[in-house]
Design a protein around this ligand. Structure first.
Ligand SMILES: C[S@@+](CC[C@H](N)C(=O)[O-])C[C@H]1O[C@@H](n2cnc3c(N)ncnc32)[C@H](O)[C@@H]1O
Length: 268
């Protein structure tokens, strides 16, 4: 058995679980919703801005901008080498390895700064917010998105319950308490006025297989390391639970509420 347990480093060493989660949200959301569009709407870009995406993941937000004719500089920063490599491979996009708490950029270097679905991983989110402000020019915009606290709690709890049978529990330090309730007051302290766009939605599945894939993509956050000797047994149990639920509820969907906010500030 793994002695260290999952960590953010191990979770994001591969881009696959993140891609499974993003693809699941794209395919199985109850209401059409695209968080990329929501962040872009908040930023009101003209196309010439120098923009950096902090915690950029596989860089698909920046790829979207590059493909849609953004002319300004596009930078993605992440503290995972796998994510930076994927981002750097996108034509017209610069991938930078770094930490959100100590950004390797000059004061006011960017017109637009985003931190999408990542602040809940940062040990000192207040420091990261101060850094986002520091690197944005006066008149520029910062957009931060985070989930509702109980996002996808149903599927997550199923995995947590099965993992607990093997003495495994969500690791400390993987996710902090930054969510759609706590972020607005935190941002107000650093930025003053903050505009909030809220999206309430749910994942909805009409067959078991995509729920099983999604549940497995949450394993690290529920305490189940890729190297855990119990991983296969926990996956078997989760698979059986989900298949049995569908068998017992013919014609019904597995519904898991979720949502997020985009909080936007203009630098004064
Ligand atoms: C949930 S993923 C979100 C990725 C992307 N922003 C998106 O919305 O698809 C979180 C990302 O933040 C990165 N990350 C976590 N902590 C970080 C930190 N302290 N500094 C920079 N990146 C970090 C992870 O490596 C991962 O790529």
């Amino acid at each position: 058995m793994s002695t260290t347990g999952p960590s953010l480093r191990s979770e994001y060493a591969s881009i696959t679980p993140l891609q499974v989660r993003i693809d699941t949200h794209a395919r199985h959301s109850e209401h059409p919703d695209d968080p990329v569009t929501a962040v872009l709407a908040a930023l009101e870009l003209t196309g010439s801005e120098a923009l950096v995406d902090i915690g950029c993941g596989d860089g698909r937000f920046l790829a979207h901008l590059a493909e849609h004719g953004h002319r300004g500089r596009l930078v993605g920063l992440d503290n995972s080498t796998a994510m930076v490599a994927a981002t750097d491979a996108i034509p017209g996009v610069e991938g930078v390895l770094g930490d959100a708490e100590v950004l390797p950029f000059a004061d006011g270097e960017f017109d637009a700064v985003t931190a999408r679905h990542m602040l809940y991983h940062v040990p000192d989110p207040h420091q990261a917010l101060r850094e986002l402000r520091r690197i944005t020019r006066v008149g520029g915009r910062v957009a931060v998105s985070v989930n509702h606290r109980a996002t996808c709690a149903r599927t997550r709890q199923l995995v947590i319950d099965r993992a607990a049978e093997y003495g495994l529990a969500p690791g400390a330090g993987m996710v902090n308490d930054v969510n759609s309730t706590t972020l607005p007051p935190m941002m107000s302290v650093v930025f003053g006025d903050v505009r909030i766009h809220q999206c309430d939605n749910a994942l909805v599945f009409d067959t078991p297989e995509p729920v099983i894939r999604f549940a497995e993509s949450l394993f690290s956050f529920c305490g189940v390391d890729a190297a855990s000797l119990h991983r296969a047994a926990i996956l078997d149990a989760v698979t059986t639970d989900i298949r049995e639920w569908f068998a017992a509820h013919p014609g019904q969907c597995w519904r898991d509420p979720k949502g997020y906010i985009v909080a936007t500030a203009t630098i004064r």
